[in-house]
Design a protein around this ligand. Structure first.
Ligand code: T3D
Length: 259
């Protein structure tokens, strides 16, 4: 527990909550350091199989805390990206566990980028995405130039990044920026239901699927087919695959142990 960030682990599901509601969960240096530390610790914790990322209060995250920019001694932006934002996004993509962004309210600037870097995005009807970078003379960062076109295609990515109109939850669902929209009270229960489904699956298969989907962007079809064959060969020799087959034969739910 750090000021501005809460981490709660309940069985196989960890919930990381950005917790500066008075500033719409804007990201300060200490919060970014805490978030990176928490993600790295969760990545190393084999008991944790899914991470939910959400925000306290009416916002998911308003991005960089702009009050920090009034400090003449604040690090230059490139340093801030290389030392804090980029490692956070890289950890979210490198960790074996899926990350679910439960977008409870406005997600602006790097706050939107954090949601884009998750594996799944669920939104409440109160969510909205604001690519706020252009308004303050910056480019989309924290991976948004990479994640956004992959999520919504190059045309819509250009519209969002250049025109920058806020995207409400229904529009986000329609264009594929999020995959489910629920009432605000239902957001965390729904995220939890999805997380438990993922947590009940074979962890090695979930991790391999996450990484194969990312890697596919850099592969041609032949390379993707070969990568699938290699993964299937490895997973096909796993105890979890044997357990899945046994559970099917015995008409029961499988109990995967991650081996
Ligand atoms: O290190 C670097 O700088 C490089 C990295 C850059 C990455 C980035 O994230 S750049 C983009 C930074 N974020 C923004 O530009 C978003 C700024 N905020 C807004 O545009 C709006 O607040 C929102 C669209 C997010 C929400 O609007 P609204 O009308 O719902 O709320 P509000 O009234 O504007 O804000 C409520 C409070 O939160 C307000 O404080 P107050 O007046 O009640 O004391 C506001 O100042 C505060 N707040 C909102 N966003 C930020 C913030 N405080 C600090 N930093 C913020 N980003």
């Amino acid at each position: 527990m750090t000021d501005g960030l809460r981490v709660a682990v309940d069985g196989p599901v960890a919930t990381v909550t950005l917790d500066r509601p008075a500033a719409l969960n804007a990201l300060t240096i200490p919060v970014k350091a805490a978030l990176l530390g928490a993600l790295r610790a969760l990545a190393d914790d084999r008991a944790v199989r899914v991470v939910i990322l959400t925000g306290e209060g009416r916002a998911f995250c308003a991005g960089q805390d702009l009050a920090e920019r009034d400090d003449p001694d604040a690090p230059p932006l490139d340093v801030e990206l290389r030392e804090r934002y980029n490692p956070i996004v890289a950890t979210m993509r490198a960790m074996d566990q899926p990350v679910i962004a439960a977008v409870n309210g406005v997600a602006a600037g790097a706050g939107a980028s954090l949601a884009f870097a998750a594996d799944l995005r669920l939104a409440s009807t109160a969510a909205r995405f604001v690519l706020a970078f252009g308004r303050i003379g910056l480019v989309p960062d924290s991976g948004a130039t990479w994640t956004l076109p992959r999520l919504v295609g190059p045309g819509r990515a250009a519209e969002l990044a250049l025109v920058g109109d806020p995207v409400d939850a229904e529009t986000a669902l329609r264009i594929g920026l999020v995959t489910r929209v629920v009432e605000p009270d239902e957001l965390l229960p729904e995220a939890r239901r999805v997380a438990e489904t993922l947590a009940a699956a074979a962890p090695s298969a979930v991790a391999a699927t996450k990484h194969a989907l990312d890697a596919a962007w850099d592969r041609d079809l032949a390379a993707a087919l070969e990568a699938e064959a290699e993964l299937q060969g490895r997973l096909g020799r796993s105890a979890d695959h044997a357990e899945g087959l046994a559970a099917f034969r015995e008409k029961r739910s499988p109990v995967f142990r991650g081996s």
